[in-house]
Design a protein around this ligand. Structure first.
Ligand code: GDP
Length: 336
């Protein structure tokens, strides 16, 4: 299948609108994703590879090998908890004779990361009609472009999309969404700058229901006068959406900029206290020297990473695949 065809199949799988592929086909797609991830994740790989090269170098496994590995993982922002668990899993494998020399740690590490992050591909099922997806996160994290890219992907798959421009504090966000909506044939629900975000979100869901739309995507504000105000506003938007349609929102996705590292984790906790999150979209992994942040998010927040951003182009927002991600960043001490 062509790259574009593979891509479309991956998205259809993410949205649960395709028959799950046979294992062989999934493997082919995964290889395609892996080469793309490997190409765009050069920066995070280069950041960790000198240390991993030391760990994977030929030679006997010693206590220092595990210490070095732990340091490399913590340095890549995998988080203390996940790093210790990964080293423990590999040390156990070595004690049981499943890993004999240091070069075998490479494959073992990628496997352990995949298993820790759940190897099953994530889902954003769009069964409910309309399926309401709320997108939250701080300004600059990539929320608006993510909403635009999702609208595009859904439209490509024949889904009817309504976009609610509920970031009414930023006129630029509304204009940007108008362009995305235009390009993808989605309907945009907007009001003037400064309008009540809850009212826009409510209108978007009501309009989506009335038109028989498949998906309503709602962009939200990422900055208000104070953090308290922002979280209150999000709570309101979340509650109002629930009044507009039963069980809505079906997904509340937090967009996190990978380059903010551990700060991003604190942000995630705050958002998670305000509204129940169903998953995380990690953007800008391509520009981050801390490529392990997806591991930390998953482990410390108990939330699945559903999508990752590996660049600014449309095709650079990708359904997350733990194996392809783990291979691209952690499997080699080779910086290329
Ligand atoms: P918002 O304020 O959260 O809505 O953020 P925007 O959607 O306006 O995005 C902020 C900037 O981040 C834009 O220039 C995007 O092109 C850029 N961006 C978003 N995702 C990625 C990504 O995965 N990689 C890179 N390199 N840039 C991204």
């Amino acid at each position: 299948m062509s790259d574009a065809g593979d891509d479309r199949a991956l998205w259809a799988e993410l949205f649960d609108i395709a028959v799950p592929p046979a294992e062989a086909e999934r493997e082919t797609r995964r290889r395609g994703l892996f080469s793309r991830f490997k190409e765009s994740l050069t920066k995070p790989r280069q950041a960790i590879s000198p240390q991993l090269a030391g760990v994977f170098a030929p030679g006997l496994i010693t206590r220092e090998t595990w210490d070095e590995l732990e340091e490399a993982l913590i340095g890549a922002d995998c988080g203390m908890d996940a790093s210790l668990a990964l080293v423990d899993a590999l040390r156990d494998a070595a004690q049981q004779g499943r890993i004999v020399n240091r070069s075998e740690i490479a494959a073992g590490l990628a496997n352990a990361v995949t298993l820790q992050m759940t190897p099953e591909p994530p889902r954003i099922p769009i069964g409910a009609k309309p399926t309401v997806i709320l997108v939250v996160g701080v300004n600059g994290s990539g929320k608006t472009t993510t909403v635009g890219k999702l609208a595009h992907r859904l439209s490509e798959l024949g889904q009817q999309v309504v976009i609610g421009a509920a970031d009414t504090f930023r006129a630029a966000a509304i204009d940007q969404l108008a362009i995305w909506a235009d390009r993808s044939g989605a309907q945009l629900v907007r009001q003037g700058p400064g309008a009540d975000p809850g009212a826009v979100a409510f209108d978007a869901v009501v309009s989506g229901s009335a038109r028989g739309a498949d998906v309503v995507l709602i962009d939200t504000a990422g900055r208000l006068q104070t953090q308290h105000n922002l979280m209150e506003e999000l709570r309101k938007v979340h509650a109002v959406v629930g009044k507009a349609a039963a069980d809505a929102p079906h997904e509340t996705l937090l967009v996190l900029d990978a380059t903010t590292g551990q700060n991003g984790l604190s942000q995630a906790r705050l958002f998670g206290e305000a509204v129940p999150l169903t998953g995380v979209i990690v953007t800008k992994l391509d520009g981050s020297a801390k490529g392990g942040i997806a591991v930390a998010i998953n482990r410390e927040l108990g939330l699945p990473v559903k999508l990752i951003g590996v660049g600014e182009k449309l095709e650079d927002l990708q359904p997350f695949d733990a194996a392809a991600y783990a291979q691209a960043i952690f499997a080699s001490g080779d910086a290329g």
